[in-house]
Design a protein around this ligand. Structure first.
Ligand code: PLP
Length: 423
């Protein structure tokens, strides 16, 4: 087999430099909680393709459903000739997402596309244009979603000008806002909105219930409910971006459920189809159905193979109780991270929920971010065969997103590597 070194050489003369990779090893195969590279090395997977393979790679039901679908038909375009699996995925999403009200869904290909469409729906339904987003937010890499995303490097740098009518307000970030309680942090955000945007101009308030790329920032309790209440009073659409937090990752089907928050619209992608590209906007029927026929869609959105995979992935989550699995992983991982934090003063905080946990790394005794120590720990993990990711506005957060089907053995081995990587 071609070695990773050879593939790396071919890559550098074939693939655009702007597309990066976390590791230089090329994948040969992958399963529940591990990847095997083309050099025959086995990796323990604490990344899950960025919270995508929650059901594991090549999950048996997903493989079976994809195989059956690919033999029946591969693509007709739902806007041309519709098929059942698209409808069935929408039914599942309407039933699973928070909120007992009547819902509708529309399917797309990527998270960014789902966010773009949630903004389209909110603007169309309200007749308003302003979109409120938060510090540290990540919502994608298309032009509108780059405007919604907070961080310059590497996402936005020299890619502007960006879409207008986007307003950024302070997030609840307990480690870095002096531990403001949720209600106070919400008041701070709301005052900014009312002064700088005007409540009556806000089409959508868009928020990740736990921030992903921004650093696994968990807002203080009460922050999300207070914003939800404000949005209702303001006539603004409350959009929860659950693209990274969704599909059992945080120990519930969706992270909003933890505080009983019912968003008007939810954006979904990553974990929903076992690794196939599929995304969705799900939400209140009166908002979704406000859009004229033909106003939403796309050539590939809700591709039949991706829909078959999503139905199989959702069935797997239900059958294996992967929300429960995420809570168990969270306990084991969290205990170990707290033990490491107790001896290593570089760890300012262990945070997250369920199987979405992270540590924020600083210069001991301060809150000064230490991205180089973070990179060094991550590199030590990689050298020992554990695939981990970093994130955070300051590049100083080491995050853990194991597949929810990871075996106890692989989880324990991964934790031993992680523990040793802190030295
Ligand atoms: C990954 C992500 C996106 C963008 O999804 P893509 O499929 O990469 O376009 C949007 N929002 C959040 C919260 C994400 O984690």
């Amino acid at each position: 087999m071609t070695s990773s070194d050879e593939l790396q050489k071919r890559r550098s003369s074939a693939v655009a430099r702007g597309v990066g990779s976390v590791i230089n090893s090329y994948v040969d195969s992958a399963s529940g909680g591990t990847l095997t590279d083309v050099d025959g090395r086995r990796w323990i997977d604490f990344a899950a393709g960025i919270a995508v393979t929650n059901v594991g790679n090549s999950a048996p039901r997903v493989v079976e459903a994809v195989r059956a679908q690919v033999e029946r038909f591969t693509h007709t375009c739902f806007m041309v000739a519709p098929y059942e699996s698209y409808v069935a995925v929408c039914e599942q999403l309407n039933a699973l997402t928070p909120g007992g009200f009547e819902k509708r869904s529309a399917l797309f290909n990527s998270g960014a596309e789902a966010v773009e469409n949630a903004v389209k729906v909110a603007r169309h339904a309200t007749g308003r244009s302003a979109v409120v987003v938060f510090d540290h937010a990540y919502h994608g890499r298309t032009n509108l979603t780059l405007a919604l995303t907070a961080k310059n490097m590497p996402y936005k740098h020299r890619f502007g000008p960006f879409a207008g009518e986007v307003y950024r307000v302070p997030m609840s970030y307990p480690l870095r806002d002096g531990g403001l309680d949720g209600a106070t942090a919400a008041t701070r955000a709301i005052e900014t909105i009312e002064k700088q945007v005007g409540a009556e101009n806000v089409a959508a308030l868009l928020i990740e219930p736990i921030q992903g790329e921004g650093g696994f920032v968990v807002p203080a309790k009460g922050f999300l409910p207070a914003l939800r209440t404000w949005a209702t009073a303001a006539g603004a659409v409350f959009v929860a971006d659950e693209i990274q937090t969704g599909f059992c990752r945080t120990g519930d089907w969706f992270a909003c459920q933890h505080e009983g928050v019912e968003p008007d619209l939810v954006t979904l992608a990553k974990g929903m189809a076992g690794g196939l590209p599929l995304a969705a906007v799900t939400g209140r029927a009166e908002l979704m159905d406000a859009v004229h026929v033909g106003g939403l869609g796309g050539t590939y959105g809700g591709n039949p193979i991706a829909c078959a995979a999503a139905l199989a992935a959702i069935e797997t989550m239900r059958e294996l109780d992967l929300a429960g699995a995420a809570r168990r992983i969270g306990t084991v991982l969290g205990d170990r991270l707290r033990a490491v934090a107790a001896r290593d003063p570089r760890i300012a905080e262990v945070r997250g929920r369920g199987a979405m946990l992270a540590v924020e790394i600083v210069t001991p005794g301060t809150l000064t971010p230490d991205p180089s120590a973070t990179a060094a720990v991550s590199a030590a993990c990689h050298a020992a065969g554990l695939l981990t990711l970093t994130c955070g506005t300051y590049g100083n957060v080491l995050r853990f997103l194991p597949p929810l089907v990871i075996s106890d053995d692989d989880l324990a081995r991964g934790l031993d590597i992680l523990d040793a990587a802190f030295g």
